[in-house]
Design a protein around this ligand. Structure first.
Ligand SMILES: Nc1ncnc2c1ncn2[C@@H]1O[C@H](COP(=O)(O)OP(=O)(O)OP(=O)(O)O)[C@@H](O)[C@H]1O
Ligand SMILES: Cc1ncc(C[n+]2csc(CCOP(=O)(O)O)c2C)c(N)n1
Ligand SMILES: [Mg+2]
Ligand SMILES: [Mg+2]
Ligand SMILES: [Mg+2]
Length: 318
């Protein structure tokens, strides 16, 4: 490949790194940014919250469905919600990136632009990464966070009698996925929800400060992710469908596609809303809505008191 053919091979590894790092303003918590063997990030709390999620072309995104910028935003967002779901505040992200030789350099810079847009929403920087060749695009983001003196809100603290609550939209990304999967591009509201969530990163901290006993971000599906809380906590969870927000937009899309919008709300992944449990009678933090109750030990997740007879959410390799 010639140096100016617009591909990553033409640009070369080190100029590509330069292209994605030059001129980026790091927040104060970045004590040493990209350019050395590792970055140095301040951890005011003294403990570091760390998480990683991988996104693979064709599995997590399609470039004929989403722009590179949207994919970049999503890659950061899905990691930052894991930090927030611990009751922590993100401090930094690192970007692992693999792509074929003929990938346009502009795709990589647009993707990086999207990652920085989302990082900026959370007031953090991309402090490092790696760029390698592969047969398809793979994005591996690592996010770090700070607990600010709080105790982490784990999946294992739910107790019978607690209320179950959510913060953020559910079912929208799944509706968007169904729309895109049928070859449509509208309504843009649900399609955009699939392309990139817009999480409220403060929601987890509000929950932690409001006494949440357990918390998770909804990546695979509400029932599936509540199942992780139920299992880790050794409890059951009952979801009341009457308290779920099945928006008229989801109902419209469901009618148009012959699909059940409630199923999207209960089992659709990728909205990255937050689900948590709180002590009974606690005042729920701003933006949080009660949707169910924590029940008897080890009784699983039920919907209106009954077992849900379908898949509870996304699973890879199924
Ligand atoms: N290869 C691995 N090695 C060690 N721990 C892992 C590995 N893969 C997953 N885990 C851990 O297992 C737990 C559950 O992982 P999972 O990916 O389901 O959670 P998540 O990232 O919150 O969800 P999602 O990936 O759907 O967004 C996490 O604590 C994760 O760090
Ligand atoms: C092209 C394409 N096909 C299907 C989907 C749907 N999808 C992929 S991963 C996932 C759950 C979360 O993933 P993870 O558990 O890895 O965080 C869902 C709902 C998509 N986004 N793009
Ligand atoms: Mg994960
Ligand atoms: Mg998670
Ligand atoms: Mg998952």
């Amino acid at each position: 490949m010639s140096p100016n053919d617009g591909t990553v091979a033409g640009t070369g590894e080190f100029r590509l790194i330069e292209a994605v790092t030059a001129g980026r303003k790091q927040p104060e918590t970045t004590l040493l940014g990209p350019g050395d063997d590792a970055a140095v990030v301040a951890t005011p709390d003294g403990r570091t919250v760390a998480t990683t999620d991988v996104l693979v072309q064709g599995v997590h995104f399609r470039l004929d469905w989403s722009s590179a910028e949207q994919v970049g935003r999503k890659a950061v967002a899905v990691n930052l919600t894991d930090i927030a779901a611990m009751g922590a505040r993100p401090t930094s992200v690192l970007m692992g990136f693999a792509c074929p030789s003929d990938t346009p350099t502009s795709l990589v810079t647009e993707l990086t632009q999207g990652m920085w847009l989302e990082a900026d929403r959370a007031g953090i920087g991309i402090v490092g990464g790696d760029m390698v060749r592969a047969d398809q695009i793979v994005i591996s983001v690592t996010a770090l966070g700070d607990l600010g003196g709080r105790e982490p809100v784990t999946r294992s603290g739910a107790r019978p009698g607690d209320v179950v609550a959510v913060c953020g939209r559910l079912g929208w990304a799944a509706a968007g996925l169904a729309v895109l999967g049928r070859g449509f591009r509208s309504p843009v509201s649900v399609v955009n929800a699939q392309r990139c969530p817009e999480p409220d990163y403060e929601a987890g901290i509000r929950a932690a400060d409001g006494g949440a006993t357990s918390m998770i971000d909804v990546s695979d599906g509400l029932l599936s992710d509540l199942g992780h809380i139920a299992e880790a906590s050794g409890v059951g969870i009952d979801v009341r469908t009457a308290d779920l927000d099945v928006s008229s937009r989801l109902t419209e899309v469901g009618t148009a596609l012959g699909a059940d919008p409630l199923k999207w709300v209960l089992t659709g992944g990728e909205d990255h809303a937050f689900a948590a449990t709180f002590p009974a009678f606690a005042d729920l933090p701003e933006g949080w809505t009660e949707i169910g109750v924590v029940t008897m030990p080890d009784s699983g997740v039920t919907v209106d008191g009954k077992r849900y007879g379908h898949d509870s959410g996304w699973q890879h390799w199924r």
